[in-house]
Design a binder for this molecule. Structure first.
Ligand code: MET
Ligand SMILES: [Zn+2]
Ligand SMILES: [Zn+2]
Length: 445
């Protein structure tokens, strides 16, 4: 039995949604009702884009052993359905970058690159209200799944926006490439980092890229124009071993404690700087967390070696040479035999201009203005594959069109409301025509 158009659906919308959003969902419900009546297929009432999103969420591309094969097969099928070419670039054994291409009418112009990563971070299943790989949708319309925000939503939103624009018969001057990359969640070393160095990437002639951002709990949308540099630092301290009952001097633990204290004091200073200045956003200061402590063999044996690992996220305006010297001096001040090594060290932070001197920004922000979306341009506190794109000269913006949504990426019960997801498809449906129609840049004429 079909329900009356819009009735049950709008009753289940979250109260926080604005009326335009309610109106847009209610209109998609009307289309849906028509669709269901015509085909009698699929879960009744669900928008087909939501169904596709939930299918993609069920693919277990979870670190540390993602099922990339299933994701690539899913994307190849999307390419077939959309009539797009699909190129698979194996950047390392088993690590495939999938590129779906919608050619533009003017091949002399650079292209638009819509990037998303296919992997997701692990879960603590016992803390979830629903199986994180079932893509359960509750009665209010919230879809629970790992990747619901980070960032399988974006992959499907790109695909669905392109589908809608193609169905409507549009063509744009610039080519649109959708890249689906592996390995982002563990640093992108077997993904985007290698891909940008490949001839297949050069051939794409990317002029501008969109990549992931973060949800925003307010009415506004966050957009990232730069990001902090991840520096993963492991400090190793060596010292005198011996019996656990004795007052041994110069132990590994004592020296490690000193370094840990120096670094946590620095953390406190940055935290206070952020707290005391309302104009500073999180991405503008340097953060650090102690994420691992290793060492020791027994209660009564003083170990000769201990180590502490830190996840630093260095603000883009920091002098990186001076910062490394600071690390060095904290280690030296702790005593002999304290060294550090990097697990990750990004040294090429770049900023994508957010003024009208940048025609990409003008097109992007112009559409948001037309749609009445409030943008909050910020520096991304975390790292994304945008850093590899910006470093090879491709201006990039980090944008996940999720407002009125708590930031739940990497968290338990990661979820997204279907209405917010569908609104995101709408937003890309407006953004893509503008970006793919940016007139020839001075460098392109
Ligand atoms: C630093 S590697 C990137 C992994 C993840 N995106 C993060 O920011 O932690
Ligand atoms: Zn991500
Ligand atoms: Zn992530």
């Amino acid at each position: 039995m079909l329900q009356q158009p819009g009735k049950a659906r709008s009753a289940s919308l979250p109260k926080c949604l604005t009326s335009p959003l309610r109106a847009s969902v209610s209109s998609s419900v009307k289309q849906l009702t028509k669709h269901s009546a015509m085909t009698s297929k699929g879960p009744e009432e669900e928008h087909p884009s939501v169904t596709l999103f939930r299918q993609y969420l069920r693919i277990r591309t979870v670190q540390p052993k993602p099922d990339y094969g299933a994701a690539v097969a899913f994307l190849e099928e999307r390419a077939r359905q959309l009539g797009l070419s699909c190129q698979k670039v194996e950047v390392a054994p088993g690590y495939v970058v999938t590129v779906l291409t919608w050619p533009g009418t003017n091949p002399t112009l650079s292209s638009i690159l819509l990037n998303s990563h296919t992997d997701v971070v692990p879960v603590f299943k016992e803390y979830w209200s629903h199986d994180p790989f079932e893509a359960f949708k509750d009665s209010e319309g919230y879809i629970y799944a790992r990747g619901a925000q980070d960032m399988k939503c974006i992959s499907i939103q790109y695909l669905e926006a392109v589908r809608r624009l193609k169905v409507e018969g549009h063509q744009f001057p610039r080519t649109i490439h959708m890249t689906f990359v592996p390995d982002e969640e563990v640093g992108g070393h077997q993904g985007m980092e290698l891909f940008v160095q490949r001839p297949e990437f050069q051939v794409l002639r990317a002029g501008f890229a969109l990549d992931e951002g973060l949800a925003n709990p307010t009415d506004a949308f966050t957009v990232f124009y730069s990001e902090r540099s991840p520096w993963w630092v492991r400090i190793t301290s060596t010292g005198r071993p011996g019996h656990g009952s004795r007052f041994i001097e110069d132990t590994a633990a004592e020296k490690l404690h000193k370094v840990v204290s120096s670094i946590l004091a620095f953390r406190e200073k940055e935290w206070q700087r952020l707290q005391s200045n309302p104009h500073l956003k999180e991405g503008a200061v340097t953060s650090v967390n102690l994420t691992k402590l290793e060492g020791g063999v027994a209660y009564n044996v003083v170990p000769a070696t201990m180590s502490a690992s830190f996840d630093f996220r260095v603000a883009p305006d920091v002098d990186l040479k001076a910062f490394e010297e600071q690390l060095q001096s904290w280690c030296q001040a702790a005593g002999e035999g304290v060294t550090f090594e990097f697990g990750q060290k990004w040294t090429q932070p770049q900023v994508t201009p957010t003024d009208d001197s940048n025609p990409w920004w003008a097109a992007f922000s112009g559409v948001c203005k037309d749609l009445n979306l409030t943008l909050e341009p910020e520096i991304c506190p975390a790292a994304t594959d945008s850093r590899y794109l910006r470093a090879v000269g491709v201006p990039a913006l980090g944008f996940s069109p999720m407002n009125r949504t708590p930031v739940l990426l990497h968290d338990h019960d990661e979820r997204l409301h279907e209405a917010v997801f569908l609104r995101g498809v709408d937003i890309y449906t407006h953004l893509l025509p503008a970006l793919a129609s940016v007139p020839a840049l001075p460098s392109e004429s």
